[in-house]
Design a binder for this molecule. Sequence first.
Ligand code: NAI
Length: 405
Amino acid sequence: MHLKKKDKQTLKENNMRNNKKTIAVIGAGTMGSGIAQVAAQNNHSVVLVDTNKKNLESSKSKLQKILNRIVEKGKITQQKAIDIIDNINYTDNINSIASADLVIEAIIEDLKIKNELFIKIEELVSDKCIIASNTSSLSIASLGACLKDPERIIGLHFFNPAPLMPLVEIIPAVQTNKSVVDSCKELMNNWGKTGVLCKDTPGFIVNRVARPFYGEALRIYEEGIADFATIDWAMTEIGGFKMGPFTLMDYIGNDVNYAVTCSVFEAFYYDPRFKPSFTQKRYSEAGYLGRKSGRGYFDYEKENLNLAPTKDVELGKAIVERILAMLINEAIDAVFMQVANVEDVDLAMTKGVNYPKGLLKWGDEIGLENVLEILNKLYEDYSEDRYRPNPLLKRMVKSSLNFYS
Ligand code: NAI
């Protein structure tokens, strides 16, 4: 086969682009270990740094177990598994990151500690090295502010488990250079990830848009409309979600989910749309954290004590309608406030938290006028700002527009 000069050039460029990069991941916990695995699977040379030697050892042995399982299933060869492990240098010596093209920080969620680390990183790496954070709740602008060259900062927010969840929210700060965004988009694409571009705003896309899934479910329970099991039954059996809100909160951990809600609520200057729930606070205080403590909204040790759902279809439909309308309103607000575009908001929820459909597409299907009517009724009933329909929703209904047409 003869390649034309132009094709040869393209091939050369592609090869250069796919060149083995050095990726440094700092923090060998849940997220850092997963991100290091993804980079190593994509043939990069990975340096995984942690101050805690035990965590490094545990990260390595966990990866070995995961790889053994994948080899047994025939998904990768034994040689590929060996290569993946060989690609990762597990170390507690931060100086090993000197040759990195990209550093992804995944340490404890604390601005002061992250800033101290970022200053150190910048002293060690080259001028061209991109510095990324996997933070869930801190602003990328605040992380970049400590750098001499803040144009190289970016948020790369992976989802747990990073090797399995396709979504990565790509978050430029106000300081970030466009070329940094472009190369991160390309890299995530090369890693087979779904990268969505997102404004540096609290909760980014997923942790902002998903809030009513938990908050409205808790509110429905608190008003005595239905119990946990019935709400979960409605959302899975009628709504088509993979997991009900209470089962999911029990998975995430009530303490963790409550902390995220509080942080988003505070960051939005106490907008009542994001108000945390007393029920969740009490469950956390009681140590009913979910699966990890054996008991949350459901009992995982004495499962026979859990109530069966009241399979009342009319009630179920009303529950789904209410939570879904709130979710769609939140997705519309993300578009309205330019957090992300329509496609990326929908991709974020289907690829980051496995929603059965993109919320904006779902809104079109239900009919935006119907979504508006549900919200108007709630708003009228409660006179609470929490239920106010988004201006973009009102405008679209007025002009008979859809998100996808
Ligand atoms: P983790 O607690 O599992 O791991 C953190 C690791 O960082 C620990 O091994 C710790 O020894 C290490 N560490 C702490 N300070 C360090 C330092 N100065 N230098 C080097 N290593 C240090 O935490 P996890 O859950 O992996 O979270 C890490 C980051 O990812 C946080 O910013 C979190 O908000 C974010 N995130 C977490 C998600 C999750 O589901 N757990 C999802 C997406 C983002």
